[in-house]
Design a protein around this ligand. Structure first.
Ligand code: PGA
Length: 252
């Protein structure tokens, strides 16, 4: 009953020409939007070009944005501009932003509120480091991230957002969490949503897995009970791989 969502996170990759080439070759072959949400999150300067060419079954997302409406914040991107150019999703709290750009739990919380103010669907990323996984405190850590990020949000907002569980040790490393391991932590995330917002929100919110997802492991991941899709970095750069993974979600 939860519609799968396959999102590509291109990170700092692709020129405008490469991005357009990708869109032209995938947008007629993506699964029907009634069955699967397919999203590409690209660098800010190409977002408008991609929105114009997204077609019926693809939607475009940003990789970050600021939490204030406007002002003297050199280099930042406002939610107002994203909404204005037709961007429908935004990744919030990716571990690379947390690690390299000091994105704090408090900023992430404010960004979620801001995304909702501008009708942009946030994809909130949470996930533990290898040290946390090895210390056996993953569930506690992820719960703390969630509680901090979701502070003050209403249940309707939580139902409409997307959460991506991305263990940091699995991102770009070729090491995927086993499907069972991913499902276990994602079930825990759903449980935390249940504690905070009740049964209905927990059963509606979509939770993706991310971290070295590729055509070879997408089916096994999607076969898990609580995994509603994937946030895909490296493998989303390739047209055929992205199509394969979006189409694999139809069977979910
Ligand atoms: P990866 O990245 O698929 O290249 O591991 C995932 C992500 O960072 O969202």
């Amino acid at each position: 009953m939860r519609k799968p969502i396959i999102a590509g996170n291109w990170k700092m990759n692709k020129t405008r020409d490469e991005a357009l080439q990708f869109i032209y070759s995938v947008n007629m072959k993506l699964p029907n939007k009634a069955l699967v949400d397919s999203v590409i999150c690209a660098q800010a300067p190409v977002l408008r070009d991609l929105v114009k060419r997204q077609g019926d079954n693809l939607r475009i997302g940003a990789q970050t944005m600021h939490y204030l409406d406007q002002g003297a914040y050199t280099g930042e991107i406002s939610a107002a501009l994203l909404e204005n150019i037709g961007v429908e999703y935004v990744i919030i709290g990716h571990s690379e932003r947390r690690a390299y750009y000091n994105e704090t739990d408090d900023a992430i919380n404010k960004k979620l509120h801001q995304a909702f103010r501008y009708n942009i669907t946030p994809i909130l990323c949470v996930g533990e480091s290898l040290a946390t996984r090895e210390a056996g405190t993953t569930n506690k850590f992820v719960k703390e991230q969630l509680v901090a990020a979701l502070k003050g949000l209403g249940s309707e907002q939580v139902k409409s957002m997307v959460i991506a569980y991305e263990p940091i040790w699995a991102i770009g490393t070729g090491k995927t969490a086993t499907a069972e391991m991913a499902n276990e932590t994602i079930s825990h995330i759903r449980q935390v949503v249940k504690e905070l917002y009740g049964d209905e929100s927990a059963s509606v919110v979509r939770i993706q897995y991310g971290g070295s997802v590729k055509p070879a492991n997408i089916e096994e991941l999607l076969a898990q009970s609580d995994i509603d899709g994937a946030l895909i970095g490296g493998a989303s750069l390739n047209e055929e791989d992205f199509l394969f993974m979006a189409n694999a979600a139809v069977k979910k």
